[in-house]
Ligand binder design. Structure first.
Ligand code: ADP
Length: 264
């Protein structure tokens, strides 16, 4: 299957991505393209490989094979040679890190530094990893907290914030790295139902501001309304991809139909 074609230049292109854990092949020849300023939603049953795919795109897993381009970096993972413990030689590690540096990652939650305030969590990456001037990073960080509606909570610690507020700090933190692609791994799945909406609202805003986003989620309504592309994966392969009107409202494949029937 050829990746979804985009009128805009892809910011992210992955071709033939494979990943096994021991004997288990979790990603089997996955390809995708993400156009600049578009939102791609990844759907699929539990255990289908969605998180592994996202982590591979974000440099948190090293694929066994596949060529991934993000921004101006390309890595052919078949050429990398991890040792038996999965560690890469230094030059290869740097290559993989450079690729990952074009992404920002939003986790399911509970991953903020507990001993740092909201603003400190947001500026940590730019200052420590990217070497940005602390005052400039703080100014940008405050603007990002304003964007996610948390200006008055900037000096609070995670335990003083609700789950939804913590997730919004997590989003501001990912954006602070000025990523070309923001990767969201089920950002609302660990939240109380009443706070899901505030996080989805922030994500809608980002989509409107033309951030390029790849989102793993079970929020079908969000996918229908916000996604430009939907990817349905099962058993580590892309079963169906296309516009939400097609994949969600008129799925062609039996596996997509069965999945949507279960969750709708
Ligand atoms: P999904 O996000 O679709 O629920 P995952 O990508 O989390 O799926 O997992 C796909 C499969 O890979 C599951 O069977 C899971 O147990 C396995 N898996 C994921 N990460 C690891 C790991 N680090 N070690 C071993 N198996 C893993």
């Amino acid at each position: 299957m050829s990746p979804t074609e985009h009128p805009t230049t892809p910011v992210l292109a992955a071709q033939g991505v494979r990943k096994s854990f021991g004997e288990k092949e979790v990603l089997r020849d996955i390809s995708l393209e993400v156009g600049a300023g578009t939102v791609t939603v990844v759907l699929g049953p539990s255990g289908s490989g969605k998180t592994t795919l996202l982590r591979a795109l974000g440099g948190l897993e090293t694929p066994d094979a596949g060529v991934i381009t993000i921004g101006d970096s390309t890595v052919d993972f078949a050429e990398l040679t991890p040792n038996r413990r999965g560690r890469l030689p230094r030059a290869q590690r740097e290559q993989a890190d450079r690729l990952a540096s074009h992404t920002g990652f939003v986790f399911q939650g509970h991953d903020l530094f507990a001993h740092k305030t909201a603003i400190e969590n947001v500026v940590e990456g730019p200052v420590i990893v990217q070497g940005e001037d602390p005052a400039a990073a703080r100014e940008r960080g405050m603007a990002l907290l304003e964007q996610v509606g948390l200006t008055e909570h900037a000096d609070k610690y995670p335990y003083q914030l609700s789950g939804g507020q913590q997730q919004r700090v997590g989003i501001a933190r990912a954006l602070a790295l000025r990523p070309e692609v923001v990767l969201f791994d089920e950002p609302t799945s660990a939240l109380d139902p009443e706070t899901v909406g505030e996080v989805l609202a922030v994500m809608r805003d980002l989509a409107q501001q033309s951030w390029t986003m790849v989102v793993v989620t079970h929020e079908i309504r969000f996918a229908r309304e916000v996604a430009d592309d939907v990817l349905f994966i099962d058993g580590g392969v892309v079963v169906e991809r296309g516009a939400p009107e097609q994949v969600i409202l008129a799925p062609r494949e039996a596996r997509t139909q069965a999945f949507l029937k279960r969750i709708l």
